[in-house]
Design a protein around this ligand. Structure first.
Ligand code: PLP
Length: 243
């Protein structure tokens, strides 16, 4: 057994307290805006977190984790199999990695091209027939040149194409707004994502239900703007240890 990765970094009790605190934070906002608390959920953005930390949170009751790096993720998925966590891929996907992502994850939040959609769908049909891969389209909401995600122009085509693919279940949108220092500016970006979501007419509207936006710094603002899935790293697990 590897003593480095198995080192206990946080106790299950501490993890339980942290989960309860996050849930309280979320509940205070859902109360404030008048939505049912359990319509908003979070995934633990567990990239770079050691196995022992994720395991403590799994023991404490976390149900969903998001990972950015395929190789790290696969070993975590294998090691934590008995918890039956819902694994979300939240990093950029190179098309040659699509097959493994489709096989090992139940969600992809970073769908950003027609080519990737086709690859994911084909691989998913092979590995999980009858169990389509849940997908969110990543939108580059602030049109940042270096950032992943589709532009508003490419969005409609991707919605149309991905909506036709039998291996995918198109659930909604995901965005990482520009990290403006002012929350007021991020709020404008979040609202644009919400508007895009609302204005979309997907082929299977019954599955169109997810707005993934908000991270440690701004998840409460994101929920106020309509997010129903937030991705929490440091606020939940603590600072990411250096690699
Ligand atoms: C790392 C990461 C997060 C979480 O970031 P924190 O600021 O630590 O909460 C959320 N989403 C994505 C896509 C990430 O890569």
């Amino acid at each position: 057994m590897n003593t480095v990765t198995e080192h206990q970094t946080i106790s299950t009790e501490e993890a339980r307290a942290k989960l309860a605190w996050i849930q309280d934070q979320i509940n205070s906002v859902t109360d404030e805006i008048g939505v049912v608390a359990d319509t908003v959920r979070f995934v633990g953005a567990s990239k770079a977190q050691p196995l022992a930390t994720i395991r403590a949170f799994a023991d404490a009751g976390i149900t969903a984790c998001g990972e950015n790096y395929l190789q790290d993720a696969i070993s975590k998925i294998d090691e934590l199999e008995r918890y039956e966590l819902e694994w979300h891929f939240i990093g950029h996907i190179q098309t040659n990695k699509a097959k493994q992502v489709a096989e090992r994850f139940s969600w992809v939040q970073t769908l950003d091209s027609v080519r990737l959609a086709k690859r994911l769908s084909a691989a998913r049909l092979d590995s999980h027939p009858g169990e389509p891969l849940n997908c969110c389209i990543q939108v580059n909401v602030d049109n940042e040149p270096q950032k992943a995600g589709v532009s508003a122009e490419a969005y409609d085509e991707l919605v149309a194409t991905a909506g036709e693919l039998p291996g995918l279940k198109l659930r909604g949108v995901m965005a990482i707004p520009q990290p403006y220092p002012e929350l007021a500016q991020r709020r404008e970006s979040f609202k644009r994502v919400k508007t895009m979501f609302d204005d979309t007419s997907p082929r299977q509207p019954q599955h169109w239900d997810t707005i993934s936006m908000g991270m440690s710094d701004d998840y409460l603002t994101a929920i106020r703007c309509g997010a129903n899935l937030v991705r929490l790293g440091t606020v939940l697990f603590g600072p990411r240890p250096p690699k």
